[in-house]
Design a protein around this ligand. Structure first.
Ligand code: AAL
Length: 400
């Protein structure tokens, strides 16, 4: 009996110890040694599927979801903007960068308040002086301010379209802001004809002011002209996006060039760079243009010593975030999803000529076809974690 009890006792004690050990293990942090990588760092020496082969060769086995420039995006409806029930007579789109001045945030955007909704680009011939063709036809540049970036107060028109024949008489759109040596500059697309006809083949003009509240003076000049016939940016200079780098204005813009009718229409867009010492020009187009091979609207921000770009829709490299250490030669840094369209981020160091860009956490972008109405675009807020300082709301992970 004594031997029997001893055996039972020893078994009992070792069982208890095992339970204790297991409990300890489960509270200890797991390390990567507990989970050997399923994807080997080096290309395995065996036959590989096309997809796995490409994972090593095309992407250099970079883990594109694990970089500082990876993020998910979150969207929040803005308060303060009325859209007439979304009937297409009011549109707000293509927001500028957000700036913080006089204790509040400012955003500038394409605004249209018309008596009738647009007829649509394909029926542009039916447009008149009061009937818009596209969503952004017969538009002015409006602006709004906010204390928190969620509730906005529309302040009115910052820059109306000028009288004929000044650049932009048909529509002034898709603006972006620059602050340089204490003055403010709005760059914008200057339409001289309705969009859908040849209006979108427009150049870029600029207006300036001493205060973000205006009054704005239209320079009446074209600062970024269309390229010569046969060049990549001969048709359109769109989405001007100025930053300050090396004491100069680095202005990125979009061009679209493939007009082959069988493509109905081509979605190919690329982005170029024009550099100036003075905000009113002359701007010199970079000899390596185009410097970005995809994307549609332009969205960039200083990041460390270089510049990062959000490349959303259109082109082979859409849905990527790219990086150019030298501000010219862009590489894919991350591939992600649900990127903000026409985003105007809040970029605190956009104009400080930083050599240590800190990134972004939010901004304003737009949604087209809001409520299923093709000619109705709304502004929205996006949040992300592309910041080196703020690890914001777990947006490096998947939360849906
Ligand atoms: C946009 C921009 C430009 C185009 C049109 C209005 O989102 O790329 O501005 O001209 O669409």
């Amino acid at each position: 009996h004594i031997v029997y009890l001893l055996v039972i006792g020893i078994l009992g004690i070792s069982c208890l110890q095992k339970v204790k050990d297991e409990q300890k293990e489960s509270t200890e942090e797991t390390s990567s040694e507990d989970f050997p990588f399923f994807i080997p760092a080096e290309k395995p020496d065996r036959a590989l599927s096309a997809a796995v082969e490409r994972n090593y060769d095309a992407y250099d086995n970079i883990r594109l979801e694990q970089t500082e420039l990876y993020t998910q995006f979150k969207y929040t409806k803005l308060k303060g903007f009325d859209y007439n029930g979304g009937d297409g007579t009011i549109t707000r789109r293509d927001p500028s960068k957000v700036i913080f001045e006089n204790g509040k945030y400012y955003v500038y955007y394409t605004g249209r308040k018309s008596s009738v909704k647009p007829v649509g680009m394909s029926r542009a011939k039916e447009s008149t002086d009061v009937i818009p063709s596209a969503d952004w036809d017969l538009a002015d540049i409006w602006y709004a301010t906010s204390e928190d970036g969620f509730t906005w107060e529309e302040q009115g028109i910052a820059l109306p379209r000028p009288p004929k024949p000044q650049p932009g008489w048909r529509s002034v759109t898709t603006t972006d802001i620059l602050k340089f040596k204490g003055k403010y500059y709005l760059y914008f697309q200057a339409f001289m004809e309705a969009s859908g006809l040849r209006g979108d083949f427009c150049p870029v003009s600029v207006a300036y002011a001493d205060s973000p509240d205006g009054p704005w003076t239209h320079s009446g000049e074209i600062v970024i002209p269309n390229g010569p016939e046969g060049s990549w940016d001969q048709y359109s200079i769109h989405d001007p996006y100025p930053l300050v780098h090396d004491g100069k204005i680095y202005l990125y813009y979009k061009g679209d060039f493939d007009k082959r009718p069988e493509l109905k229409p081509s979605k190919i867009r690329m982005q170029g760079l024009a550099i100036a010492e003075d905000p009113l020009g002359p701007f010199v187009k970079h000899p390596l243009n185009p410097v970005i091979n995809s994307g549609h609207e332009t969205t960039l921000f200083p990041f460390k010593e270089g510049v990062a770009a959000i490349i959303q829709r259109d082109g082979q490299e859409h849905n990527t975030i790219q990086y150019a250490k030298d501000w010219v030669n862009f590489e894919i840094a991350a591939i992600t999803e649900l990127l903000p369209v026409a985003a105007g981020p809040y970029v605190p160091d956009a104009f400080t000529d930083t050599k240590d860009g800190r990134g972004i956490t939010w901004g304003i972008s737009h949604f087209i076809n809001a409520g299923g109405n093709w000619n109705h675009t709304i502004l929205t807020r996006f949040d992300c974690d592309l910041s080196l300082d703020v690890d914001d709301q777990g947006m490096k992970g998947h939360y849906y």
